[in-house]
Design a binder for this molecule. Sequence first.
Ligand code: CA
Ligand code: CA
Length: 330
Amino acid sequence: MVKPTPAAQQTAWRVHKERGVALITVLLITAILVGLTTQILSSHNLVINQHQNTFEHAQALQYVLGAEELVRQALYDDAVNSGPNVDHLEEIWAQPLVPLDLDGVGVMQAQVIDLHRCFNLNNLADDPSNHHVERLQRLAERLNLSPNLADLIKDWVDSDQIVSGLGAEDSAYQIKQPPHLAANQIMRDLSELNMLADVSDEDIRSLSAQVCVVPATQNKINVNTADALTLSILDPGISLADAQALTQQSRNYQDVAEFVSANPAFLNVQSELTVTSEYFLMQAQAQLSQSRVSLSSTFLRDSTNGQVTLLQRDFGKNYRAKVVLDSNSP
Ligand SMILES: [Ca+2]
Ligand SMILES: [Ca+2]
C-alpha cells in the first residue's frame, strides 16, 4: 500500500474541511428559510383571523342594528294599527325574541322593555311635594337598601345645592378621590349611581334591577306593564300583597278609570298612572363565532302619530334576558 504524501494528506484534509463548511452553510440557509416560511405563514394566518374577526363583528353589528329597526317598526305598527291607545304585555312588541339561530353561523336575542313599567329616578328632579322621594324610600326599605339612597339620588338630580336629609351635594363629592361634583341634572344612565357617595355595589345592583331613567321628570306608571313592587310603592295605602294579586292576572285595562274602578286603592295616585307608554328600551345581542355585539337603544314614541325616535344607543351593556328559558323545553 502506497502511503500518501504529506502534501496529498493536506489537500484531502482541506477538501474535507471545505465540504463540511459547505454542508453547514446549506443547513444554515435551510434553517433560515424554514424559519422565514413559518413566520410568513403564521403572519398570514393572523391576518386571516383578524379579517375574519372584523368581518364577523361587522356582521353582528348589522344584525343588532336590524333588530333595532325591527323594534322601531313593531312599536310604530302597535301605535297605529295593532294596539293603539293601550300598551300591555301581551302585545307583539313585548314578546322577547328568544335565541334565534342565524343560519347556523350565530345566535341573536332581543327584547323590548317598557320604561313606564318601572320607577323613573329622574322624577326626583322635580318633586316639590316629596312624593317621589317617599316612593323611593319605600322601595329602598322593601329591597333592604341603604336608607339614605333616596336623598342621595334626589340631590344628585335636582339643580340646587341644598342638602336633603341624608343626601349630599357638591361639597361632599369635592373631598372624594378623585374629586367631582354632583350632576345637578337628570341622569342619562343608571350607571351614574356608581358616582353616589358611600353606596355599596350590592345596593346599586339591587336598585338598578328595579328602576329606570328616562329623559323626563314626570314619567307615569303603566298599570298594564308595571310589576307588583313598583305599583306597591306608589302610595302607603297599597300593600305589596294586593299589588301582587293584581299583577298575577292578565292586564289589559283600556284606561286609568277602568283600572282605578277595579282597584280603588290607587285612587289617590290616578293622575300618575297611564295605560299607554312613550319610552321604550330595546336590548339586543348577536354572537357570531368569537364576535359578540350588544346594543341597548332607547326610543321615544309619539302617542299622537306613532312616530318613533331613537334617543340613545349604548354598545357597552351586557345583554340580560328578562325571560329565562326552561332547559328541559324542546
Ligand atoms: Ca299598544
Ligand atoms: Ca343637587
